[in-house]
Structures are given as structure tokens and as C-alpha cells.
Design a protein around this ligand. Structure first.
Ligand SMILES: *[C@@H]1O[C@H](CO)[C@@H](O)[C@H](O)[C@H]1NC(C)=O
Ligand SMILES: *[C@@H]1O[C@H](CO)[C@@H](O)[C@H](O)[C@H]1NC(C)=O
Ligand SMILES: *[C@@H]1O[C@H](CO)[C@@H](O)[C@H](O)[C@H]1NC(C)=O
Ligand SMILES: *[C@@H]1O[C@H](CO)[C@@H](O)[C@H](O)[C@H]1NC(C)=O
Ligand SMILES: *[C@@H]1O[C@H](CO)[C@@H](O)[C@H](O)[C@H]1NC(C)=O
Ligand SMILES: *[C@@H]1O[C@H](CO)[C@@H](O)[C@H](O)[C@H]1NC(C)=O
Length: 490
């Protein structure tokens, strides 16, 4: 028996040896693949020195204070790796600085657009620009930092690093960050342009959002405030009742503000949104991105919108919820998300929590309406009240789940989970008996077969029934004439 045990043991050792060997080989292959890929990329950019050589002459660079009335001009040093220099902006190069609008990067081989810029001081100080460009092998670009001192507008140029946002679905174009590191004592510029070739004047200039007033060393957002971010509204979005339901129900849940991105909306939706903008409850940013949705870039470049929204609301709100128009974060017991998070903090240690993940629950629209609803036209029209049957089985976390995060702890936001946190922070997977994501839609794979899946009745949303119906009815009446809203019928 001893012998057999020994044989077994040596067999085990051999197996373990092979396992370890296999892991080593795998790691090796993976590492070699990675390093050769990055080497390949570097070689690629070195094989295109055309910017430095061919175009340098065309673009004079201002290199310092005029001495005895003579300005010193030189070839653009900033086009060289790791160098910092300045050029004198003139009337032709001084384009107005904007925020939150797609602008073009001139002279690139592939489409390259930029939307907004944020000062990010959390790691190495940098300007983080939100953009969209080629997923693989994006054009080489530089950051032109504009300093608006009272009598002396000057610029500094630094290298830009294009970091493609991880969720790109392998399409030609992706949302990306363009990172401009502020080395040494470089102060935060007023605005920034992303430039490519030296022989073209920048076609974009973005105001650098400081994200917080007064540049306090450790800014703290107002506690218990939540902003909602919604991916771009498109296809001439025109679901007035859904819009009112979404805004008012989120407001009942404790959400303080909603940011929308306007790809294309109907005049009715435009009117409704303008009303909420005037009330200060909603912000709408234009979203005219010249890339074909789904063919060239994923869903109107939604990852650029989500990350823009994350940075836009950082330090303004303590939390940000990234959800769609057909989704509602639904706490099981508490009235508001704030109360829910307060309660979670008594059950679990949420001090370092960077995001709360909520499991997805499909409420298929094909399932029949709730039988307990009255004939009141609004009560019988609002989706969250009509649809109370949901799939019994929830999706696991990270699959179709959505999250509410603390933006200052997040570096890169994804659709269903956070891709990158500031070190020391992570996700709290909210237990499904505490809160879930109610998701109202038709069968996800087309057809009607999904209604055969096991289901349960979930009337958690009825906690808000009375207040929601009242609010939506009042808003509808208020906006009826102004926005030409039709009668809501049972
Ligand atoms: C601006 O550009 C125009 C031609 O586009 C040129 O004639 C003019 O001299 C330029 N002005 C400055 C200040 O560079
Ligand atoms: C800036 O310009 C104004 C007038 O344009 C002048 O009065 C002031 O002295 C200047 N300040 C400096 C620091 O040069
Ligand atoms: C930044 O540092 C350099 C030398 O390291 C110095 O010449 C320059 O004046 C400094 N600039 C500011 C704005 O402090
Ligand atoms: C938008 O919906 C309203 C009804 O809510 C309808 O009257 C209007 O014609 C629609 N507009 C468009 C552009 O489809
Ligand atoms: C949405 O975009 C359209 C067209 O670009 C514009 O006319 C409209 O004013 C925008 N609406 C809002 C609320 O921003
Ligand atoms: C939230 O719900 C939990 C569970 O029912 C409850 O113990 C807690 O008191 C609630 N918090 C508030 C503020 O209502």
C-alpha cells in the first residue's frame, strides 16, 4: 500500500510539474506576444518620421520672450519626442475654446475627434482628453496647452498618449483618452488642442475642466448626491412618456441630476428636455460624432459619452449611475439610493468601495401587464407599473449589470462594470436581495421565446406608484401645450 501511495504521490508530482511547466510556457507566449506587439508598434511609428522631417519647416515655433523686439523662431521642437517648447499663437491659430462638443483633429490619416478635456491630478498630473479614433495604430498626436495669462497668451506642446478605451468591440474606431502629462512644474492650462501634423492649424480647442472650484488640494464632492449618465439618445428619440417616467422615477429614487447626450431627438423630446434644463435637473450635450454607429464604432461612441459623463460629474456629485432609459436601479427595501447605500455601509465595509454593481433583471415587455392596475390612464401607461413580471433568474454580475460609482475612484468606466479604478478601490457586488437593476425590454435575442423562461412577479416599483403617477401626470399637464403632447389614453 505504501508503494501504491508513493506511486500516487509521484504521479501527482509529475502532474503538478507539468501544470507549472504549462503555465510558464503560456506566460512566456503571452509576454512575448505582448512585447513583440508593443515593439512592433514602436517600430511602426519610427518608420514614419515624416512629421518631423517633411513638415517641420512649415510651422514656425516661438521659442521665448522677445529680446530687444526680436522674437526667436525655430523649427518646431515639440514634434520631437519628449521635448517641451512653445509657439506664439496668432490670430489665425487662436480658435475659440469650447467644451463638450465634437471637434476635429486636422491632418490625421484616420478619423480623429475630440470632445472634452479634464484636469486629472489623481496620479501623475495630466490633462485627460475624451476622444474617438482608430482602434489599432491611431495617428500620432501632440497636446498644445494654451495658457491665458493677462498679457501673454502662450502655448506649450507636450507628447500625447492615445489610450483606447478597452470596450471597443473590435470595430475600426473606438472611444479613447488622449493623455497629456503635465511634467515638472507645468501648471494647468486654460485650454488644450490636439494636433497632428505641423503644417495644419489646430481645428480644435477645448476648455480644460478643472472639475472642481478653487482647485482645493483634496476636493470633496457634496455627500449623498447622485448624478445619472445616459448614453446618447438617437434614432430621433421620441418616447415622451418614457422620458418623463425615467426622469421622475429617478428623481424619486434620490438622483439629483441627469446628463443626456443628444445625437438625434424629436422636437417633442427637445421641448421636454429644455424644460428640465431650465429646472436645473438635466444637462444635454450635443453628440454629433461623424462615425457610423455599429459599423465603425460601438453604439454612437457610447463609451466616450459614459466616460465624459463620469469626469464631468466628478467632484460635483458623490456618486454617478451609468444606466439606460429602459433601466432603473431598484432597492428592495429602501426608498432612495442614498438610504440604500447608507444601509449597505452598516452591513459591509464600503469605505473603499469604488462602485456598487446591480444584477440585471429582465422585465420582458411581451409579458402581459399587471392585473392589479386601475384604469387611470397614467397608471396603466407607465412601464415600471405595467410590467411586473420578471425573469426569475438574474444575470450574474458583470453580465448586463449596471453600476453606481464614486467617480473620483474611477479611471475608466465601462458599460457593465468599471474597467479601471484608482488603486485601492473596487466593486461591491450588491446582493440581489438588497437591490437589482430592473431592465424593461423585449426579448434580447429577438422573437418572443424569452417569455417562456421562468418568471416571478416583482412589484417593488409599486412603492413609488402613487407619487410617480402624480408627478408624471402633473408634468404632462404642465408641458402639454408647450410641447404639443398628445392625450394619454388608457
Ligand atoms: C493669417 O492667415 C492669412 C491667410 O490665411 C494670412 O494672410 C495672414 O498673414 C495670417 N495672419 C497671421 C497673423 O499669421
Ligand atoms: C498688461 O497690459 C495692460 C494694458 O493692456 C497694462 O496696463 C499692464 O501693465 C500690463 N501688465 C503687465 C504685467 O505687463
Ligand atoms: C519651472 O521650472 C523651471 C526650471 O525647472 C523654471 O525655469 C521655471 O521658471 C518654472 N516655471 C514656473 C511657472 O514655476
Ligand atoms: C413624437 O411623438 C408624438 C406623440 O408623443 C407625436 O405626436 C409626434 O408626431 C412624434 N414626432 C415624431 C417626429 O415622430
Ligand atoms: C439636440 O440636437 C439638435 C440638433 O443638433 C438641436 O437642434 C437641439 O436643440 C438639441 N437639443 C438639446 C436639448 O440640446
Ligand atoms: C433601509 O432598509 C433596511 C432594510 O429593510 C432598513 O433596515 C433600513 O433602516 C433602511 N434605511 C432607511 C434609512 O430607511
Amino acid at each position: 500500500r505504501v508503494l501504491r501511495e508513493r506511486a500516487n504521490m509521484s504521479f501527482c508530482i509529475v502532474v503538478i510539474f507539468f501544470a507549472v511547466f504549462f503555465v510558464i510556457v503560456l506566460t512566456e507566449i503571452f509576454l512575448i506576444d505582448q512585447s513583440s506587439r508593443s515593439r512592433g508598434r514602436r517600430a511602426h511609428s519610427r518608420s514614419r518620421p515624416s512629421y518631423e522631417d517633411a513638415h517641420g519647416e512649415d510651422y514656425l515655433v516661438y521659442q521665448g520672450v522677445p529680446e530687444e523686439g526680436r522674437a526667436i523662431f525655430a523649427r518646431p521642437q515639440y514634434l520631437r519626442q519628449n521635448s517641451i517648447s512653445a509657439f506664439k499663437p496668432n490670430a489665425n491659430t487662436s480658435i475659440p475654446a469650447k467644451d463638450g462638443v465634437w471637434q476635429t483633429v486636422a491632418g490625421t490619416r484616420y478619423k480623429f475627434y475630440v470632445f472634452s478635456a479634464y484636469y486629472d491630478w489623481r496620479g501623475s498630473r495630466m490633462i485627460r482628453v475624451m476622444g474617438a479614433t482608430k482602434t489599432r495604430g491611431p495617428d500620432r498626436v501632440w497636446c498644445l496647452l494654451w495658457y491665458n495669462l493677462p498679457n501673454n497668451t502662450h502655448t506649450v506642446t507636450v507628447n500625447a498618449k492615445v489610450k483606447v478605451i478597452r470596450e471597443n468591440w473590435n470595430l475600426k474606431y473606438s472611444a479613447c483618452f488622449i493623455l497629456c502629462t503635465l511634467q515638472g512644474n507645468l501648471t494647468v492650462p486654460h485650454s488644450v488642442s490636439i494636433v497632428s501634423r505641423s503644417n495644419v492649424t489646430p481645428l480644435n480647442r477645448m476648455i480644460v475642466n478643472h472639475a472642481y472650484a478653487g482647485m482645493k488640494p483634496t476636493p470633496t464632492p457634496p455627500p449623498n448626491t447622485i448624478a445619472v449618465c445616459v448614453k446618447p439618445l438617437h434614432f430621433t428619440y421620441n418616447q415622451s412618456l418614457q422620458m418623463l417616467e425615467f426622469i421622475e422615477l429617478n428623481s424619486l429614487l434620490g438622483m439629483d441630476h441627469i446628463t443626456f447626450y443628444n445625437d438625434s431627438i424629436s422636437s417633442t423630446t427637445n421641448c421636454i428636455l429644455n424644460h428640465y434644463i431650465r429646472e436645473g435637473r438635466v444637462a444635454v450635450l450635443p453628440w454629433k460624432l461623424d462615425m457610423a454607429s455599429q459599423r465603425e464604432i460601438r453604439t454612437e461612441g457610447l463609451f466616450a459619452a459614459l466616460n465624459d459623463c463620469l469626469y464631468r460629474n466628478m467632484y460635483k456629485f458623490s456618486h454617478v449611475a451609468l444606466i439606460d432609459m429602459d433601466e432603473i436601479v431598484m432597492p428592495k427595501y429602501n426608498d432612495t439610493i442614498q438610504q440604500f447605500m447608507q444601509w449597505m455601509s452598516t452591513r459591509l465595509n464600503t469605505k473603499s468601495t469604488g462602485s456598487y454593481s446591480f444584477q440585471n433583471a429582465f422585465f420582458y415587455l411581451q409579458w402581459p401587464d399587471d392585473v392589479t392596475l386601475s384604469d387611470e390612464p397614467f397608471e396603466s401607461s407607465l412601464t415600471t407599473l405595467r410590467k411586473t413580471r420578471r425573469r426569475a433568474k438574474l444575470h450574474p454580475h458583470k453580465q448586463r449589470s449596471k453600476y453606481i460609482c464614486r467617480p473620483e475612484f474611477v479611471i475608466e468606466a465601462g458599460n457593465h462594470f468599471v474597467w479601471e479604478f484608482v488603486p485601492g478601490h473596487g466593486t461591491l457586488n450588491v446582493p440581489s436581495d438588497a437591490a437589482i437593476l430592473n431592465h424593461y425590454r423585449v426579448c434580447e435575442f429577438g422573437g418572443d421565446d424569452c417569455v417562456k423562461s421562468a418568471s416571478v412577479i416583482d412589484r417593488t416599483a409599486y412603492r413609488y406608484k402613487k407619487r410617480l403617477v402624480e408627478r408624471v401626470r402633473a408634468k404632462w399637464a404642465e408641458l402639454k401645450t408647450e410641447c404639443f403632447l398628445p392625450e394619454v389614453e388608457d
